[in-house]
Structure formats: C-alpha cells, structure tokens
Design a protein around this ligand. Structure first.
Ligand code: C2E
Ligand code: CA
Ligand code: CA
Ligand code: CA
Length: 279
C-alpha cells in the first residue's frame, strides 16, 4: 500500500517540475527539523584590514544529511523557503547563533558581533521581533551583539510590514545589515527610510574589481554612499590581498572572505579565534 502511495506521488501532476531527489530532500528536511542534530553552523570571521582585528562573525548553515553528506545552503534553503520550513529552520539559526556567541562572550569576546542570515519569508512573520526578543532573553546575549543580514530585495518588496519589523528589531537594540548590496533592482530611496546599520557589498562586484573598471566604480559609489548616510560598509568574498588593499584605499576597511578565512566549523573556529581556547 505504501508502495502504491509513492507511485502515485511520483507521477501525480501536483508534483510538477520537482525531481524525485527534491521530494526526498523535502521529506528529510521535515524530519531533520523534528529530530534535530543534523544542522550545523559554520562561522566565518570578519576583519578590520587596518589592524587585522576580528570584528564580527557570520554564521552559515550546513546540513549533515545522513546519505548525501554535508549539504550547502544552496541545496536546501530554497526548498525550505518553498515549503515554509524556513521559519523553523531560521529560528534555530538565530537561537544557535546567539547561544554560541554568548558562550564566547563569557570567554572574553565581549565586543564581537554575530550575524545571522534571514530569509525573506522569515522576515514576513509578524512576530519575528518578539521571537528574537525571546531568544535574546533566554540566551543572555546583549542585543547589540546580534546582527541580522537581510537582502535588499526583501526590504524593497513589502514596505509596510518590513519597516515595522525592522523598527521593532532596532528597538530591541539588534543591528541590521543589507546583504548582497548592489544586486537589487530598485532605486536607493529606501535607504533613507529604513534604519539599517551596515551595507555589505556583494561578492559579484569584488570578484573582478581589480580588472573591471565598472565594478570598481560601483564599489567606490557604495562606499561613498555608506559614508554619507553614516552606515558601516563591509565587503564579502574577498579572496586576494590586491582586492583588500584596493577596498581599503577606497575607505572600506571591513572585509570577509577566503583571504582571511573560510567559514569554519565551531571547534576549528574556537581554536583559532577564541582566546581562552588556545590554552
Ligand atoms: P551569503 O549570505 O551571501 O554568504 C556568503 C557566501 O559566500 C557563503 O556561502 C560563504 O561561504 C561564501 N564565501 C565567503 N567568502 C568567500 C570567498 O572569499 N570566496 C568564495 N568563493 N565564497 C565565499 P554559503 O555558506 O554556501 O552560503 C550561501 C548562501 O546561503 C548565503 O549567501 C546565504 O544567502 C544563504 N545562507 C547561508 N546560511 C544561511 C542561514 O542560516 N539562513 C538563511 N536564510 N540563508 C543562509
Ligand atoms: Ca550573508
Ligand atoms: Ca552576502
Ligand atoms: Ca552574496
């Protein structure tokens, strides 16, 4: 009976374009969220190029799938979005980011900011700020040490609820960063209405900035914009010294990328970056 059920499912019109692997992954995602233990955060440091000081940490999710091994977010975040499972998954990410950061805070990392990525659907929950407030209270992490990374298109698309949620998060003391900045479709007008703290220049501009004059010009413009709006600016996907030097020359001092470090699992990250751990 089970078997015929599966047959029906596989050939039903409702399945549309979805592949068998996707359907399996969807089921597995649901189970993994119920049971826990298969998701893991990787930690990528952010540095100030002037001092080589660690200034922050971005958390990036991985899924240790029992059959497929370590899956990158590109494999399952879109699926989690489509199925609505992203709400639960995203909440786990914020919780785990805050819990881990509080542990490192207690070990002396008292001015490191932890950044978690937020998906568009997650942001549309009207009780998001209340959930974040609950997590901060439970973990004891000072709110100003949590940053949420939002993509530009999310901010532009649904103005009213978005603005309300961002204000509520800001009222908690949480920081807001605009991820993949420069890749959105809209005008920049929204920047004056939204209380954001940081612009993160997308990797696509960084990749060929040393050879492509247009991208170098866009980067310069973003840095000037951030400066005139009194926002922080950081570059992601920095892989070469040449890129880092050019960014610094234009006034972008915070960088994140393979030049300094890949995202690391918790233990190697601690060994390298959390002082009391290297003893
Ligand atoms: P993102 O937020 O733009 O994250 C940056 C991605 O670039 C990460 O890939 C990171 O590992 C990679 N990266 C960092 N530095 C370099 C570099 O120098 N060179 C290259 N080639 N890549 C670099 P990752 O971890 O595979 O994440 C991909 C995307 O998945 C993220 O893009 C983000 O949009 C999403 N994502 C990751 N974790 C989460 C999460 O917890 N929640 C949500 N909603 N989305 C997440
Ligand atoms: Ca990000
Ligand atoms: Ca990004
Ligand atoms: Ca990106």
């Amino acid at each position: 009976k089970d078997y015929s059920g599966n047959q029906y499912q596989l050939f039903s019109d409702d399945i549309g374009e979805r592949s068998i692997e996707q359907i399996k992954l969807e089921n597995d995602l649901f189970k993994a969220l119920q049971h826990g233990g298969e998701f893991e955060l990787y930690y990528q440091p952010k540095f100030d190029v002037r001092s080589d000081d660690l200034v922050g940490i971005e958390t990036l999710i991985r899924w240790n799938h029992p059959e497929f091994g370590l899956l990158s977010p590109a494999r399952f975040i879109p699926l989690a979005e489509e199925t609505g499972l992203i709400t639960a998954l995203g909440e786990w990410v914020i919780k785990e980011s805050c819990r881990q950061m509080k542990e490192w805070y207690d070990k002396g990392c008292t001015d490191l900011v932890v950044s978690a990525n937020l998906s568009p659907q997650q942001f549309q929950q009207s009780d998001l700020a209340a959930k974040v407030a609950g997590i901060l209270e439970k973990t004891g992490l000072p709110p100003q040490l949590l940053e949420l990374e939002l993509t530009e298109n999310l901010i532009v698309n649904n103005t009213d609820q978005t603005l309300k949620t961002i204000r509520e998060l800001k009222d908690l003391g949480v920081q807001i960063s605009i991820d993949d900045f420069g890749t959105g479709y809209s005008s920049l007008g929204y920047l004056k209405d939204f209380p954001v703290d940081t612009l993160k220049i997308d990797k696509s501009f960084i990749d060929d900035m040393t050879t492509n004059a247009n991208n170098a010009a866009i980067i310069k413009t973003i840095i000037t914009l951030a400066d005139s709006l009194n926002l922080n600016v950081i570059a992601e996907g920095v892989e070469s010294r040449e890129q880092a030097d050019l960014l610094a020359r234009h006034g972008c001092y915070w960088i994140q990328g393979y030049l300094y470090s890949r995202p690391l699992p918790v233990r190697p990250f601690e060994e390298r970056y959390v002082p009391s751990h290297s003893k």
